[in-house]
Write a protein that binds this ligand. Structure first.
Ligand code: AVI
Length: 318
């Protein structure tokens, strides 16, 4: 890497090379989301096969009253901290309801993207004028550590099935770490995509228009652009598997030929038909979710599921 590269680019390079020299070869899914990746993910959310966003939106449209009641049982004031807030298009329904009810709370959206935080700081005061807002840009846990310096009750939102993009062992570590920042009286609301007919899940990650395929390949294009690499994106094809027993839905890119890729001077060889593992989207059932809560010091309190029972917002207390 050149001396002028930023620390972030150096980390990207290290992560990519670590992944491509491991067995099996893999790439960290967190790098999907450059500007083109963000747009492709928006397209995924709008494509007919990807049910995940619609299911959670249905819960937030129709059951926000129940959610607000459960939150308020723990008392006021509190900080409502959203990990990976994005444009908060689901949570805004809850924020509006709580504000209209005169609730004493501060909304603390945490996001790694400076653009998103800037956008929220401008848009939210216009949309919900009387809400206290304290947006934070950075890593979830670094910002949570910062937010925890302030006394008082916390309600954590972790929506969008983001926990599914962790291996089950990583989800355990995540919940354990999250618990370490919380105290009795606090609450968390976590979005989980549920196990269902395997064909529905496979179709959601292998849509007919090929948007998910483009989303995966976009990471190779990003590596070419930012890390001086020469992936021939046309020589990889998207493949998705879903294993009903384990609930693991995995995306891969399959090499269509023997080929060598140069990344910033390092050569990586792919055999024909070799797979490059891109992402896991882990699916759960309700007992597994309750067990995840219990093994990490939470009390499973309630599941708010959509009308098809395809998705749950699990509510856990401390
Ligand atoms: C962000 N995350 C919850 C999405 C998911 O369903 O795993 C990412 C995604 N990847 C392909 N399609 C959607």
């Amino acid at each position: 890497m050149r001396a002028t590269e930023t620390l972030a680019t150096q980390q990207f390079y290290t992560d990519v090379l670590d992944g491509l020299t491991a067995f099996p070869k893999h790439l960290p899914a967190k790098y999907f989301y450059d500007a083109a990746g963000d747009r492709l993910f928006q397209d995924i959310m709008n494509c007919p096969e990807y049910y995940v966003t619609d299911c959670e939106l249905e819960i937030f449209s129709e059951q926000t009253g129940i959610m607000a009641d459960l939150i308020l049982r723990g008392g006021e004031p509190f900080d409502l901290i959203e990990l990976g807030a994005g444009d908060c298009f689901k949570s805004i329904k809850l924020l509006s309801l709580l504000t209209q009810a005169g609730t004493d709370f501060t909304y603390v959206p945490i996001d790694i993207s400076a653009n998103i935080i800037r956008h929220l700081e401008i848009a939210l005061p216009e949309q919900i004028p009387n809400m206290r807002l304290s947006a934070m840009k950075g890593d979830y846990f670094e910002m949570l550590a910062e937010a925890s310096k302030k006394e008082g009750r916390k309600v954590i939102l972790c929506l969008g099935a983001n926990i599914g993009n962790m291996l089950p062992s990583e989800a355990q570590d995540f919940c354990q770490k999250l618990r370490s920042y919380l105290s009795p009286g606090d609450m968390v609301i976590v979005g989980f995509d549920l196990k269902k007919n395997p064909s529905i899940i496979r179709a959601a990650y292998d849509d007919r228009e090929g948007i998910t395929a483009r989303f995966n390949k976009n990471l190779l294009t990003r590596i070419n652009r930012e890390l001086d690499a020469n992936f021939d994106v046309t020589q990889f094809t998207h493949y998705c598997s879903y294993e009903p027993e384990t609930g693991a839905c995995k995306s891969f890119l399959i090499s269509l030929q023997d080929q060598q890729v140069n990344i910033g001077g390092e050569h990586i060889s792919f055999k024909k038909d070799e797979y490059l593992w891109m992402e896991i989207s882990q699916k759960y059932n309700l007992p597994q979710i309750d067990n995840l809560a219990l093994t990490n010091g939470f009390v499973p309190f309630k599941h708010l599921t959509d009308s098809k029972n395809w998705f749950t917002n699990a509510i856990w207390t401390v």
